[in-house]
Design a protein around this ligand. Structure first.
Ligand SMILES: [Fe+2]
Ligand SMILES: [Fe+2]
Length: 464
C-alpha cells in the first residue's frame, strides 16, 4: 500500500512553492530519526518551510490525494500528481538494515548490561536481606565482610559504564522489597554522584594549585601538586556507608516501619532514631568505627541548608554536615520518589530530578556543587525515563548524553509498530523546533509501561 503512494522529490516541491504554488502532503512526514517534519493538514506556501524539511533529511515526499493532499500552482489550479509530473523518480530503497542494526545494537547493549546488573542486584539484595534478618534475630549483630564484598562487586560494575546504575532494577509495581532495593539504589546512585563530585572538585582545586608558584618546592614536588578530596579507599567506605545507611530501620517497630499512611508525631520521633540512636547502636555493637559509615548513618536526613525543615538530627549547622552525607540524602530522596511505596506510586525520574534541583538550588555554594554532580549523574533526562517532545511524540531515554532517545509513539500518542531510528536531541534539532516539551507533566512510569512497544518492553522489563 505504501508503495502505491506517489512520492515527489523535495527539490521539485521547493520549485513549486518558490514559483508561488502550494503543497499539502495529506500524510505526516517524518525523517529517519522519527522527527515530525511536516503535518498532513498544513498547506505549505512558504519556501522556507520546504527548505527546512529538506535540511532535516527528507528527500522524497509522499502526497496522499485521498487525504486532501495535493499540489497547486500560483493560480490555485491543482497540478496533476506524480506520473504526470516530470522528473519524479521512484524513491531509492532506504537502508532498513542500517536502521534496524543501530537500534538492535543499542537494545542488545542494554540487554547485556541488564543481565549483569540483575545478577549483581539479586546478590546485593540477598546480602542486605541477610544483614537485616541477622539484626532482627540477634538484636543487632551483622557480618560486615559480605557487605563490603557485595559493595565492591557493585562498584566494579558501576565503573564499567557511566549509566550503569540505571540498568539496575527499579521496582515500580511492588513496594514489598522496598528497603532492600532502596539500600542498593542509594548505594549505586550515591556512588556515581560521589565519583562526579570528587572528580570535579579535584579538578578545580588542582587547577588552582598548579597556578600557585612555590619556590621552596623542588621541580618534582612542583609537578606533584595534585589534590584528591577523597581517595579510592575513602570512596569505597563511603559506598559501604550508603549501602548500610538505613540498617537502623531493622530495629524499628514493624508497625511503624510499614505503616501505609502518614506517621503521627510520636511515631515519627521513633522513626527518626533509625539514623541516630539505633543506627549508631548497631555500628557500636559491631565495632564499626569507620567515620564515613557512622556519619552517613547519623546525617543522611540532616539539613542540606540552614533551617531546612523536618530534618534530623536538628540544630546542626549545615556546614558541619559532611558532603558525602549530603550526597546520601539526595540519593535517598531521589530513590524514594522514583520507587513505589506502600502509600504512593513511583514518579517519573525526569520530574523528580527537576523538583530536587529546584528545591535545593542556590541555597549554599557547596550544596550547589553537589547538586550539579547529582544532576550530571542521574542526568536531566535519566536513562529509562519517558519524555514528551514538542511534536507530540513520546520517547524513551536511552542515554542522558544528548539526550539519546528512542521514539515510542507517533505524534498522536499511538505506539509505534516498527523500530525507529535512535534520535539525538542536539542543537540542530532544537534549532528546527524539536525539543523536550517541558510544559507537559512527566508521564508516570506505570502509564509509560502501557505505551512501550513490545520489543522494548521485553528488554527493559522491570527497569523503569
Ligand atoms: Fe533513613
Ligand atoms: Fe533511606
Amino acid at each position: 500500500m505504501q508503495a502505491s503512494v506517489p512520492k515527489i522529490a523535495i527539490d521539485q516541491l521547493i520549485d513549486i512553492v518558490r514559483a508561488g504554488g502550494r503543497v499539502r502532503t495529506g500524510i505526516d512526514i517524518f525523517n529517519k530519526q522519527g522527527q515530525l517534519l511536516l503535518e498532513k493538514d498544513v498547506l505549505v506556501f512558504d519556501v522556507k518551510i520546504m527548505e527546512n524539511v529538506k535540511r532535516l533529511g527528507a528527500e522524497w515526499i509522499p502526497i496522499v490525494n485521498g487525504n486532501a493532499g495535493g499540489l497547486w500552482d500560483k493560480d490555485g489550479k491543482q497540478i496533476g500528481l506524480p506520473g504526470a509530473i516530470p522528473k519524479v523518480v521512484e524513491r531509492p530503497q532506504p537502508p532498513p538494515k542500517m536502521q534496524v542494526s543501530e537500534i538492535d545494537h543499542k537494545i542488545n547493549e542494554i540487554r547485556e548490561l541488564k543481565g549483569i546488573a540483575a545478577k549483581k542486584y539479586e546478590h546485593a539484595k540477598g546480602c542486605i536481606k541477610e544483614a537485616l534478618v541477622s539484626i532482627q534475630e540477634s538484636g543487632g549483630e551483622i557480618d560486615y565482610a559480605p557487605i563490603a564484598e557485595t559493595v565492591t562487586s557493585l562498584l566494579d560494575f558501576l565503573a564499567k559504564n557511566d549509566n550503569a546504575f540505571s540498568y539496575l532494577t527499579r521496582e515500580i509495581f511492588s513496594s514489598d522489597d522496598y528497603l532492600y532495593n532502596h539500600s542498593i539504589n542509594v548505594c549505586t546512585i550515591g556512588t556515581v554522584i560521589m565519583k562526579k563530585f570528587n572528580e570535579s572538585f579535584n579538578t578545580v582545586v588542582n587547577s588552582f594549585l598548579n597556578n600557585v608558584p612555590n619556590n621552596n618546592l623542588s621541580e618534582s614536588q612542583q609537578n606533584e601538586k595534585s589534590f584528591s578530596y577523597f581517595l579510592p579507599d575513602d570512596l569505597r567506605d563511603i559506598s559501604i556507608g550508603f549501602f548500610m545507611h538505613d540498617l537502623g530501620k531493622a530495629l524499628i517497630d514493624k508497625e511503624i516501619l510499614h505503616k501505609p499512611g502518614s506517621l503521627t508525631e510520636a511515631e515519627f520521633e521513633i522513626m527518626k532514631t533509625h539514623s541516630t540512636e539505633k543506627g549508631l547502636e548497631l555500628l557500636e555493637k559491631n565495632r564499626l568505627s569507620n567515620p564515613y559509615i557512622s556519619n552517613i548513618s547519623v546525617y543522611h536526613h540532616a539539613n542540606l541548608y540552614q533551617d531546612e525543615p523536618r530534618c534530623y538530627p536538628s540544630g546542626k549547622n549545615h556546614t558541619a554536615i559532611p558532603p558525602y552525607a549530603k550526597v546520601c540524602k539526595l540519593a535517598d530522596i531521589y530513590d524514594a520518589m522514583t520507587s513505589k511505596r506502600c502509600y504512593k506510586e513511583a514518579l517519573n525520574p525526569v520530574g523528580v530530578v527537576t523538583d530536587i534541583f529546584q528545591k535545593y538550588a542556590g541555597k549554599d555554594p557547596l550544596l550547589q556543587y553537589i547538586l550539579h554532580s547529582f544532576v550530571k549523574s542521574v542526568g536531566i533526562y535519566p536513562p529509562g525515563s519517558i519524555i514528551a517532545l514538542t511534536n507530540g511524540q513520546l520517547a524513551y531515554v536511552l542515554d542522558s548524553q544528548g539526550p539519546t532517545l528512542l521514539p515510542v509513539t507517533d505524534v498522536h500518542g499511538e505506539t509505534l509498530k516498527g523500530k525507529p531510528d535512535i534520535m539525538v536531541l542536539d542543537k540542530e534539532s532544537e534549532a528546527a523546533g524539536l525539543k523536550v516539551d517541558r510544559r507537559k507533566p512527566p508521564i508516570s512510569p506505570l502509564d509509560a509501561y502501557k505505551i512501550l512497544p513490545e520489543y522494548l518492553l521485553k528488554t527493559i522489563q522491570g527497569a523503569l
